[in-house]
Design a protein around this ligand. Structure first.
Ligand SMILES: Cc1cc2nc3c(=O)[nH]c(=O)nc-3n(C[C@H](O)[C@H](O)[C@H](O)COP(=O)(O)O)c2cc1C
Length: 340
C-alpha cells in the first residue's frame, strides 16, 4: 500500500494502471463497525481495510479478530488504535503489542498523545498512518516519525477538532507544508472526490461513512437506509463546550444532547453524558432503531445514495476518478495560444 500510494503521487497518469489492483482508498477505523467482515471486504476489493482495535473489549479479543480477518483475506489490512481521553484509559500498550505480535504492518493512529504508542510500533517496523485535523498536529506527528498522515477535514465523521478547517484548505496546506505523504479524509464517497484529493496533493483518500453504507458493513440495514435518505445538512456537532467536538448523525438523541449542551447551567459534562453514551450508540447498529442513541456520520451522507458491495464501490470509484482526471486533462491541455 505504501509503495502504491507513493507511486500514485509521483507518476501522474500511470497511477491509474497501478490502481487497477490497488485502489488508493483506505477504510478508516470505525468504532463498532470496523470488524473483520468489513476490513477483509475492503482489502479484497483492492483498498486497505482497517480493524478497529478498541471495538474489541480486550487485547486478546483483538488478536482473535486479526486472525479472523487474516482467514478472510490474503491481502494486507491494518488496525486503528484511537487514543481518546477516558477516565479509565484502555491498555493501549497491550493492544499495540498484540498488533505487533500478530504481524500487522500498518496501523492507523488517532487521538491524543500518540507518542508512546507510535514509538512502540515503530520499533517493530510498523508503518504508521496518523490521522489529524490540524497542520500543527500533523507536524508534531511527523516529528514522532509517522510514515503517512491522514488529513481529516471538518466535513468528517466523529472527532472534527476545534478549528473547523475544511479539506479545500487543509489538504492544500498539507501539500504546501508537510513534506510527508498524506491521504485525504472526510467528505469522500466517490471517484470525483478521489480525483480532487489527488489534485490537492494527497496520495489517496480515507473513507468512513461511505463504507458504513456497504453490504459488508456489519451494522443493521436501517442505519444504512437512514444514511441513504439523509442530506448533507443532517449531521449535528456536539460537545464543543468541552473541546471534544464530534460530528454525529442528527437524530432525536443528538439534537437533545445539543440542547442540553447549550442550556446546561452547570456546564458539567455529566449533564450531557447520558445522551452521548457509546453503549446506546452501539445498540443502534445492532437493533436498527436509529433514534436509540447517538452515532457517528459525516456530511458526506448527502453524497451517498446506495448500498453497494465494497468491490462494486471501489470499482466505481476507480472508474469515476479516471473519467474525472481525463476530463480535466481534456479541458486544460496546453496549446501554444493557451495562457494556462
Ligand atoms: C461510525 C464511525 C465510527 C468511527 N470511529 C472512529 C474511531 O474509533 N477512531 C477513529 O480514528 N476514527 C473513527 N471514525 C472516523 C473515520 O475513521 C474517518 O476518519 C471518518 O469517517 C472520515 O470522514 P467520512 O465519514 O466523511 O469519510 C469513525 C467514523 C464513523 C463513521
Amino acid at each position: 500500500m505504501t509503495t502504491n500510494l507513493r507511486k500514485a503521487r509521483h507518476t501522474g497518469q500511470t497511477a491509474i494502471t497501478i490502481h487497477t489492483t490497488n485502489i488508493p482508498v483506505v477504510q478508516g477505523g470505525m468504532q463498532w463497525v470496523g470488524y473483520a467482515e468489513l476490513a477483509a471486504a475492503v482489502s479484497n476489493a483492492g483498498g486497505l481495510g482497517i480493524l478497529t482495535a478498541l471495538t474489541q473489549p480486550t487485547p486478546e479479543d483483538l488478536r482473535k479478530e486479526i486472525r479472523k480477518c487474516r482467514s478472510m483475506t490474503k491481502k494486507p489490512f491494518g488496525v486503528n488504535l484511537t487514543l481518546l481521553p477516558a477516565l479509565v484509559p484502555p491498555d493501549y500498550a497491550a493492544y499495540a503489542q498484540v498488533i505487533i505480535d500478530e504481524g500487522v504492518k500498518i496501523v492507523e493512529t488517532a487521538g491524543n498523545n500518540p507518542g508512546p504508542v507510535i514509538t512502540q510500533l515503530k520499533k517493530a517496523n510498523t508503518t504508521i498512518l496518523h490521522k489529524c485535523t490540524t497542520i500543527r498536529h500533523a507536524k508534531s506527528a511527523v516529528k514522532l516519525g509517522v510514515d503517512f498522515l491522514s488529513i481529516d477535514g471538518f466535513e468528517c465523521a466523529g472527532h472534527v477538532g476545534e478549528h473547523d478547517i475544511t479539506n479545500f484548505i487543509l489538504l492544500n496546506r498539507a501539500r504546501q507544508d508537510l513534506g510527508v505523504p498524506f491521504i485525504a479524509s472526510g467528505g469522500f464517497a466517490d471517484g470525483y472526490g478521489l480525483a480532487a484529493a489527488l489534485s490537492l496533493g494527497a496520495e489517496g483518500i480515507n473513507m468512513g461513512t461511505r463504507f458504513m453504507c456497504t453490504i459488508e458493513a456489519p451494522i443493521h440495514h436501517n442505519v444504512k437506509e437512514a444514511i441513504v435518505k439523509a442530506e448533507e445538512t443532517d449531521t449535528a456537532l456536539v460537545l464543543r463546550r468541552w473541546k471534544n467536538t464530534t460530528r454525529l448523525f442528527a437524530n432525536k438523541v443528538s439534537k437533545e444532547a445539543l440542547k442540553v449542551e447549550k442550556e446546561s447551567k452547570s456546564g458539567e459534562f455529566s449533564d450531557v453524558a447520558p445522551f452521548v453514551s457509546g453503549k446506546r450508540g452501539r445498540e443502534v447498529f445492532l437493533n436498527g432503531d436509529v433514534d436509540f442513541g447517538v452515532w457517528t456520520a459525516g456530511q458526506v451522507i448527502g453524497l451517498i445514495h446506495d448500498i453497494p458491495t465494497c468491490a462494486q464501490l471501489l470499482q466505481r470509484i476507480e472508474k469515476e476518478a479516471l473519467e474525472s482526471m481525463q476530463r480535466n486533462q481534456s479541458l486544460y491541455t496546453a496549446t501554444p495560444q493557451s495562457k494556462l
